[in-house]
Design a protein around this ligand. Structure first.
Ligand code: HEC
Length: 126
């Protein structure tokens, strides 16, 4: 029979925690561009993302429904569900309801290209 310590040790997600800690380093290099950040900024404004999110440097982006997108390029996770990598961010932007069914962010019907551009823009938020 296992004692309590052995059980805790066997359940410890230490490798994952170490990987996440490494990603949280402030000097982590920015992700490679996955789209066009300038168009992404335009799409972000046009889609009204700022009605639910605070987005630094974007006028009227003061929404409080979702988390602020401040420092997004340095964030470890996307919505607390997915590691913050370009493919995962694009997936979230395109279909948040598939990742986290029932959350308040709607699928907006964005194309892959639009989602990539928006992801590139969010990665400019240092
Ligand atoms: C109706 C409100 C609403 C709109 C509109 C909206 N979001 Fe969200 N968003 C949310 C909520 C709520 C969450 C948190 C979901 C969760 O954690 O399950 C979220 C999470 C996110 C996240 C993850 C944030 C984090 O801290 O990890 C990103 C990135 C994001 N949204 C980008 C966008 C973009 C880009 C748009 C526009 C295309 C947009 N959102 C439109 C409500 C919204």
């Amino acid at each position: 029979m296992l004692d309590g310590t052995a059980v805790i040790r066997s359940l410890s997600p230490l490798p994952l925690l170490l990987a996440l800690a490494a990603c949280a380093q402030p000097d982590r290099p920015h992700w490679p561009v996955v789209g066009d950040a300038a168009s992404g900024r335009v799409w972000t404004e046009r889609m009204g993302c700022g009605s639910c999110h605070i987005i630094p440097g974007m006028e009227n982006a003061t929404g409080l429904v979702g988390p602020p997108l401040i420092h997004f390029s340095r964030r470890t996770m996307v919505a607390g569900y997915l590691p913050n990598t370009p493919p995962n961010l694009v997936r979230w932007i395109k279909e948040p309801q598939a990742v986290a069914p029932g959350n308040a962010m709607p699928n907006a019907g964005l194309s892959e290209g639009q989602a990539r551009d928006i992801a590139a823009y969010l990665y400019t938020l240092d």
